[in-house]
Design a protein around this ligand. Structure first.
Ligand code: SAM
Length: 302
């Protein structure tokens, strides 16, 4: 049984929140195999296999069909989310931004996959076992970074700006920041602090991309927890011991989009429901997980 989150908890890619990075990469692997026209991540499958969580490796490689083990939305959301963040960074590069920071980089392979312009520096922040594993595994596969990739092994609840600066980050240059699949794993006040700090470290013209989860309506979270409990139970039945309800922080928090607007960012974005339709993907069957109103947002600092 996964224990509840607490200050200073740690993990690798097979445990606690670290396993969510492997789940996200498994979804990208399935999405890529299914239809790589919207989004493609050729490193997702080998990375997941290397982590060694049997169920996720079999799902990623197609040996086990996603069927009832994985909801349709899990795969379709990986497609639209992957496309959204790829386009965000490509647009930022086209606008001349040469410094990117992937907050909670997990098994994100963008620094090995995207055509970054020469001279672009990409900082990847995550817990030490996570950044170390990805670099070692991709090197073992013979993959070369397509940017000047700089891993920053630090907990985002600690003094990560100091670690980022020590790796060479220059706050005087505009930055493209991503916080993909991260905010729900931070307590509400840590989310605010993260967005405050990003803003403090951002020169004018900087950009940010993340997700805005709307605050729950009465009864919403009970439904979400029940669904996550059912999925976790099914996965435990397949030998993967996770408890997704315990990994996320629930309850009210400042929503990211208005919070960023209040800090001076001009923010726009689209909901998952809108992006499914815009990309010709099937609509949600049910929305117990409240994915439909999740909004992928991007902001520019004036
Ligand atoms: C759902 S995964 C997302 C990973 C990646 N951004 C992606 O979309 O594939 C969540 C990630 O957040 C990282 N994370 C969560 N809390 C963190 C913290 N306090 N410090 C550093 N990393 C953290 C985890 O290690 C994990 O890699």
């Amino acid at each position: 049984m996964t224990s509840s989150r607490h200050d200073g908890d740690t993990w690798d890619l097979a445990s606690s929140v670290g396993a969510t990075a492997t789940m996200a990469a498994a979804a990208r692997a399935i999405a890529t195999r299914e239809d790589s026209t919207l989004f493609s991540d050729r490193f997702a499958e080998p990375l997941v296999r290397a982590v060694g969580v049997d169920l996720l490796a079999k799902l990623a490689s197609g040996e086990t069909g996603s069927g009832t083990l994985v909801g349709r939305i899990w795969i379709d959301a990986a497609k639209i989310r992957g496309k959204f963040y790829d386009e965000f960074f490509l647009d930022a590069s086209a606008a001349g931004i040469a410094q990117a920071v992937l907050l909670a980089s997990g098994l994100d392979s963008r620094s090995y996959r995207l055509p970054w312009p020469d001279g672009t520096v990409v900082y990847e922040i995550d817990q030490e076992p996570v950044v170390e594993f990805k670099a070692r595994t991709l090197a073992g596969l013979g993959a070369e970074p397509t940017a000047d990739r700089r891993p920053v092994a630090v907990d985002l609840r600690d003094d990560w700006p100091a670690a980022l600066r020590a790796a060479g980050f220059d706050p005087a240059q505009p930055t493209a920041w991503s916080a993909e699949g991260l905010l729900g794993y931070l307590p509400p006040e840590a989310q605010d602090r993260l967005l405050d700090t990003i803003t403090e470290l951002s020169a004018p013209g900087s950009r940010v991309a993340t997700e805005n989860r709307p605050n729950p309506r009465p009864g919403d979270e009970d439904k979400t927890k029940e669904r996550l409990d059912r999925i976790s139970e099914q996965w435990r039945g397949e030998g993967f011991h996770t408890d997704m309800t315990r990994l996320r922080y629930f309850g009210e928090r400042n929503e990211a989009a208005p919070y960023l607007s209040g800090l001076g960012w001009t923010v726009r974005g689209s909901t998952v429901r809108e992006l499914l339709a815009a990309n010709g993907l099937p609509p949600l069957q049910d929305d117990d997980l409240r994915m439909g109103d999740l909004r992928y947002i991007r902001g520019v600092l004036a």
